[in-house]
Design a protein around this ligand. Structure first.
Ligand code: AMP
Length: 194
C-alpha cells in the first residue's frame, strides 16, 4: 500500500473526539509512509487530517472540483488536482488510492465510502474499505447494515467489505490482510434463487 484515501466531514462535528481522530489518522498515515489522498479542502475534519499528515512530514494529494476550489481549497498541499466535477473527483480519488477510509462525516462522506464499497462488490476494483468508528459514530449504521444483510439485500459475507475499527492502526492491519471477495454480489433469496 502506498496511498490511502480518506473521506470525512467538511464539518468537524460536535465532539472534540472527531477532530482528534482526524489528526491521529493524518499523523499515523505519515508515520506509516502512506500518502494521503482526500477531497482537498481546508475545512472541518478534511482540513484536520491533511494538516496533521503534513505536519508529520507526510505527502498529501488533494482532489477538488473547480466549483469548490476558491471557496475551500487547502493551499499548502503536496499536490492539488483541480477537476471538472464531483464524479471525476471521486474516480480520481479511488484510482489514486490503495485503500479507502471513512472518518465521521455527513452525506458526502457516506456517499463516497458507499460508492467505493459498491464498486468493490462489483469487482471494479480490489481495494479495501473501512470505517473509523470514532466515539461509536457509525454504530447505528453498522446495525442498519446487519439489518440489510438479515433482510437479504446484502450478502452477509460482504459485510466484511466495510469493516469498522476504533484506531487507524487496527484498520490498516485489516487492509494489509484484505482478500477481495469472490462470487457474485447477489444474495441468495429464501426461495434459493441467486
Ligand atoms: P460531508 O461528509 O457531507 O461533509 O462531505 C465531505 C465529503 O464529501 C469529503 O470527503 C469530500 O470529498 C466531499 N465534500 C463535500 N463537501 C465538500 C466541500 N465543501 N469541500 C470539499 N469537499 C467536500
Amino acid at each position: 500500500m502506498k496511498r490511502i484515501c480518506v473521506y470525512c466531514g467538511s464539518n468537524s462535528g460536535c465532539r472534540p473526539d472527531y477532530l482528534a481522530a482526524a489528526g491521529q489518522l493524518g499523523k499515523t498515515l505519515a508515520e506509516e509512509k502512506l500518502e494521503l489522498v482526500y477531497g482537498g479542502a481546508s475545512i472541518g475534519l478534511m482540513g484536520a487530517v491533511a494538516d496533521a499528515a503534513l505536519q508529520a512530514g507526510g505527502k498529501v494529494i488533494g482532489i477538488i472540483p473547480h466549483h469548490l476550489k476558491n471557496e475551500v481549497a487547502h493551499r499548502r498541499l503536496t499536490e492539488l488536482h483541480v477537476v471538472d466535477n464531483m464524479h471525476q473527483r471521486k474516480k480520481m480519488m479511488l484510482d489514486y488510492a490503495d485503500g479507502m477510509i471513512a472518518l465521521p462525516g455527513g452525506f458526502g462522506t457516506l456517499e463516497e465510502i458507499f460508492e467505493a464499497v459498491t464498486w468493490g462488490q462489483l469487482r471494479l476494483h480490489r481495494k479495501p474499505c473501512g470505517l473509523l468508528n470514532v466515539a461509536g459514530y457509525y454504530d447505528q449504521l453498522l446495525a442498519f447494515l446487519a439489518h440489510a444483510a438479515a433482510e437479504k439485500f446484502i450478502r452477509r459475507e460482504y459485510l466484511a467489505l466495510l469493516p469498522a475499527a476504533d484506531t487507524p492502526m487496527e484498520l490498516l492491519a485489516r487492509f494489509r490482510r484484505f482478500q477481495p471477495p469472490t462470487g457474485t454480489k447477489w444474495a441468495a433469496t429464501e426461495s434459493g434463487r441467486k
